[in-house]
Design a protein. Structure first.
Length: 336
């Protein structure tokens, strides 16, 4: 299979048009199956996926160790094609509690040292702070990544969930390859000022939550039981009346998917791919079955009429509920 590629930013790496987000293999979406997770990473590499996204705080290093194991046990050629996108900065306690963010230069280098060890890698391809540290100017955090680039430990600077002003300040400090941010049919906020800014500055978007964390995948139902440690158990969009209204949008989308002979997840991913060559969706598949479904979206071409019909079925502002609960929304520079 020949994988379509896209380039991150003007100076960044060429990556597969779909990246694999590995978070759910360790954390936030309930129980995961380690053997199936590793098989999914291997299958993704085999299919030509090159971009693997993780965070050092996804189950406190568990996700990086998992990726490290998957790479160690992959054939050499597959291992060498992998590009690692790593987030840092989120602090955790021994009980898993969240304890703020640390973007001080010394902390950035410390985080990187541990990540390289866990991943079994000699460099990280794109390195980014997950949320800005309100006590540390972005110039200092990005400046520390730039030093790691000079030393050969990192290749490119990335950003995560920041707004237009922070993007400009970061880009004035060092070249930025991509901004990682939530973007989907039901999370369109970046179209106001963030996307115009990244496009002006030649920065790509690695889009997460393209399936709204499963909500618009076509596989989620109102009677699904979620464990207390599942992000979705606390997400406003998955609660009560909001959930029912959002699942009505999915049914409207399902009609269009059926007309086209594709799945709901595929039409949602194809919509994101159709928004521009600068958009690289990060797919949260954690089984080979879901991966295969997601990769099928690469063959789904949506014409202008189909895109308009999708917009009509799922209008930009139709979603019920914010994308995070209030305390987490308050940490999003991108929502200011
Ligand atoms: N920068 C940030 O702030 C940030 C935040 C969140 C995530 N991320 C990154 O972005 C990645 C993707 O985010 P996400 O996992 O929330 O995205 P997502 O793709 O919107 O959601 C993944 C969820 O959708 C469900 N799903 C149903 N059908 C699927 C299919 N065909 N393919 C894939 N998933 C399907 C999966 O559930 P089942 O497995 O239960 O079927 C999974 O729990 C993460 O892994 C992480 O690396 C970054």
């Amino acid at each position: 299979m020949t994988m379509r590629t896209r380039t991150l930013g003007t100076n960044g790496p060429q990556v597969s048009a779909l990246g694999l987000g590995c978070m759910g293999m360790s954390a936030l979406y309930g129980e995961a199956d380690r053997t199936e997770s590793i098989a999914t990473i291997h299958a993704a590499l085999e299919a030509g996926v090159t971009l693997l996204d993780t965070g050092d705080f996804y189950a406190m290093g568990h996700n990086e160790l998992l990726i490290g194991e998957a790479l160690r046990t992959a054939p050499a050629a597959r291992r060498e094609q992998a590009l690692l996108s790593v987030k840092f900065g989120a602090l955790r306690g021994p009980g898993g509690e969240w304890a703020g963010y640390d973007g001080r230069p010394a902390a950035v280098k410390n985080f990187a040292a541990y990540s390289l060890q866990r991943l079994g890698a000699d460099h990280i391809d794109v390195y980014r702070i997950a949320r800005i540290d309100p006590d540390v100017p972005i110039e200092e955090t990005v400046g520390a990544i730039a030093e790691l680039i000079e030393q050969g430990y990192v290749r490119h600077v990335g950003l995560s969930e920041v707004g237009a002003e922070t993007i400009r300040r970061a880009a004035a400090t060092a070249p930025v390859a991509d901004l990682q941010i939530e973007y989907s049919l039901i999370s369109r906020g970046i179209e106001r000022s963030i996307l115009p800014t990244t496009r002006e500055l030649g920065i790509s978007i690695t889009a997460y939550g393209v399936l709204a964390r499963g909500l618009i995948s076509g596989h989620f139902s109102a009677d699904r039981r979620l464990g207390a440690n599942d992000f979705r158990a606390h997400s406003p969009r998955f609660q009560g009346d909001n959930l029912r209204r959002n699942l009505d949008l999915v049914e409207a989308l399902r009609k269009l998917a059926e007309q086209k002979g594709v799945s709901v997840a595929q039409i949602a991913i194809a919509w994101a791919l159709a928004q521009g060559e600068d958009i690289v969706p990060l797919i949260g598949a954690r089984s080979r079955e879901r991966l295969t479904e997601s990769l099928g979206a690469l063959d789904v071409v949506l014409d202008a009429d189909e895109l308009a019909a999708i917009e009509e079925a799922v209008p930009a502002d139709a979603v019920a509920g914010e994308r995070y609960a209030a305390p987490q929304m308050a940490m999003l520079d991108s929502e200011r």
